[in-house]
Design a protein around this ligand. Structure first.
Ligand SMILES: *[C@@H]1O[C@H](CO)[C@@H](O)[C@H](O)[C@H]1NC(C)=O
Ligand SMILES: *[C@@H]1O[C@H](CO)[C@@H](O)[C@H](O)[C@H]1NC(C)=O
Ligand SMILES: *[C@@H]1O[C@H](CO)[C@@H](O)[C@H](O)[C@H]1NC(C)=O
Length: 243
């Protein structure tokens, strides 16, 4: 697995616009950029003319690739920490502690060092903040039929609409009961198909489905769903309060 380095100038909060801002701000220049500039600037006299040893090409290390965006499943690193002169089995937990992450998170971000920090190098940068890059809805299509692609960080909107399986930003797209995932609690908490309760992973009713889950595990409104002896969860009191 390649571990990729993103510009630390991009704050974590900029994640939503990470793709557009990277391109727009032109921050993701290849890391040989400075070298090429330096060479161009040093055009007269050339190193050959001076009889000096030419500057060696820098070694390309995989985790220092700044010119590529992380692919799904790869580490999207947002911050880096450096080891000291002396390294050992303790260096990984030392870095984790220093940057306030768990050792499990550290292994996730630096899988090549798991599970015992073997092979850790001195004075070397390792990832100390970030996440595994998800599949993103690059074409605006999201949800189970589209590789569970997430709308987060796409240009189409941050909410996956479970009626259209398209990313969007309208109030409806992001509403409870409609929003499958994205900038909303999503289907793991609120039903997007009207099924609810203990039979369906304790999915909750909301929005267009009505406030109550009946004993059969369907959402709805009125006495058949919210009434005593019918309602298993939700706003069961709504129809029970005496007139
Ligand atoms: C998408 O997510 C659903 C529910 O979390 C899961 O059952 C399904 O296997 C996933 N599909 C893919 C292609 O990952
Ligand atoms: C079940 O619900 C919990 C939280 O309520 C969630 O973390 C989990 O992913 C859900 N499982 C499935 C299969 O949706
Ligand atoms: C529950 O129903 C009552 C009565 O209609 C309402 O005033 C209250 O806002 C509802 N609560 C929720 C959480 O929907």
């Amino acid at each position: 697995m390649k571990v990729l380095r993103a510009q630390s100038a991009l704050a974590f909060g900029g994640l939503l616009s990470v793709f557009s801002s990277v391109r727009a701000a032109d921050e993701c220049v290849p890391w040989t950029w400075t070298w090429n500039l330096r060479r161009a600037a040093a055009a007269t006299p050339t190193v050959a003319e001076l009889g000096a040893t030419p500057m060696p090409e820098p070694t390309v290390v995989p985790y220092a690739r700044k010119d590529a965006e992380p692919q799904p499943g790869e580490v999207n690193c947002r911050n880096w920490g450096q080891t000291y002169d002396n390294v050992g089995y303790w260096s990984c937990s030392q870095l984790a502690t220093e940057f306030g992450i768990t050792i499990e998170k550290f292994w996730e971000l630096n899988p090549e060092l798991a599970p015992d920090c073997e092979g850790v190098q001195p004075n070397t940068e390792y990832c100390v903040a970030g996440f595994i890059e998800p599949v993103r809805a690059v074409d605006g299509r999201c949800g189970p039929d589209y590789k569970n692609a997430t709308c987060i960080g796409t240009e189409f909107g941050q909410c996956c609409n479970s009626e259209t399986w398209k990313c969007g930003d309208t109030e409806h797209d992001c509403s409870l009961g409609v929003c499958y995932e994205g900038q909303c609690p999503g289907h793991k908490i609120y039903t997007t198909d009207g099924n609810c309760g203990y039979k369906f992973n304790f999915s909750q009713c909301a929005g267009k489905w009505g406030p109550c889950c009946n004993l059969e595990g369907r959402c709805g409104t009125g006495l058949d769903f919210c009434g005593e002896g019918k309602c298993q969860s939700g706003n069961c009191t709504e129809w029970n309060t005496p007139a």
